[in-house]
Design a protein around this ligand. Structure first.
Ligand SMILES: *Cc1c(COP(=O)(O)O)cnc(C)c1O
Length: 332
């Protein structure tokens, strides 16, 4: 499928000045909404298939690359640098889409527990020709990234999670896209949207989008998948304020937007990337539902939370926002 042009994105009606920003169409939209497979809950659990948002490599980061890669290109940058674990879906996604658009992609890599998915991601990073610089713990990794930048001062840096205000706007647009699907009666309006949450841009963008839609009763349930000091109501609040301010600069004229986010801290276990029995069950649910191996870092915890949330809220319509790609994966 060809990518969807910027003029077809509902966000432009809200913030029309965005039309003048550099933009690189990559996403194939709208992503489908379907009843959630492999979960017994009689038609009230749905899934938003951002796993197929690009036929090259889908999943959570694609919508953000459209703004960030365009900005990098407009600034004349040819190198992209990001930081992540060896199983980082952000790095794999950046490797695939960065290479497709002529960038050289570098990753400084911190330690993460080994798993089959980590092996898969490393195969994919190599396939998409990313250069990996293996580091150590978080502090050493920051130091190595600073060293890299001293040698490559023109590299365009994408922080772990990529939840700056410009990138977060892409998930405001994604929620408006869901709003149009609800309006077209493809699914009922969800009472709750469950999504894995790291740096928070996804959950915050969706919550701002829900506010724009006037969905006051819809809660975004953000399932924390990284350390509390990186992902908490204060960090998410900062992302929301920055993104809200950018929306205004880009032409939004409506009332102040209030977000409705419930953070779920029950599934993180020992930390980012750590497998837990619940995350393993979530990974198995991913495979039953979507036919490809799951993983324990993002979707395993997100789907474990979904199972719990479905039981805890027996009368709600619940949507799971699927963030792990099912395209472009090199499954052995
Ligand atoms: C980045 C990512 C997330 C979390 O998104 P944030 O916006 O950083 O909270 C969830 N799932 C996958 C697969 C991701 O790559």
């Amino acid at each position: 499928m060809p990518p969807t042009p910027l003029s077809d994105r509902p966000l432009l009606e809200v913030a029309p000045r965005l039309a003048a920003r550099p933009f690189l169409p990559i996403a194939e939209l709208p992503t489908p909404v379907l009843p959630m497979p492999a979960l017994e809950a009689a038609g009230r659990v749905w899934v938003k298939r951002d796993d197929v948002v690009s036929s090259l490599y889908g999943g959570n980061k694609v919508r953000r690359w459209e703004w960030l890669l365009a900005e990098a290109r407009a600034q004349g940058r040819s190198e992209l640098l990001t930081i992540g674990g060896p199983g980082s879906t952000q790095l794999t996604s950046l490797a695939a889409h960065g290479q497709a658009h002529g960038f050289e992609v570098h990753g400084v890599i911190f330690e993460q527990p080994p798993s089959a998915f980590v092996d898969e991601a490393l195969r994919e990073d190599a396939h998409y020709r990313a250069t990996l610089h293996f580091s150590g713990g978080y502090a050493r990794t920051v130091l190595d990234a600073v060293r890299f930048l001293a040698q490559h001062p023109r590299a365009y840096v994408i922080a772990p999670g990529a939840s700056g205000p410009l990138a977060t706007l892409s998930y405001v647009d994604a929620m408006l896209e869901l709003g149009a699907q609800v309006k077209a009666r493809l699914l009922p309006r969800p009472d709750r949207v469950v999504v894995p949450c790291g740096s928070g841009g996804t959950a915050v963008g969706l919550a701002l989008g829900a506010a724009l839609l006037g969905w006051r009763e819809t809660t975004i349930e953000a399932v924390r998948i990284t350390d509390l000091y990186l992902s908490n109501p204060l960090t998410l609040g900062a992302v929301a304020r920055a993104c809200g301010a950018l929306l205004r600069r880009e032409g939004y004229r409506g009332p102040r937007l209030t977000t409705r986010i419930a953070m779920n801290h029950r599934f993180i276990g020992p930390g980012y990337g750590a497998g837990t029995p619940a995350a393993e069950r979530g990974a198995a649910l991913f495979e039953r539902a979507f036919g490809l191996p799951g993983e324990v870092t993002y979707s395993g915890k997100g789907l474990a939370a979904l199972e719990q949330v479905v039981l805890a809220h027996p009368r709600e319509t619940i949507l799971y926002w699927n963030t792990l790609s099912t395209t472009g994966r090199l499954v052995s």
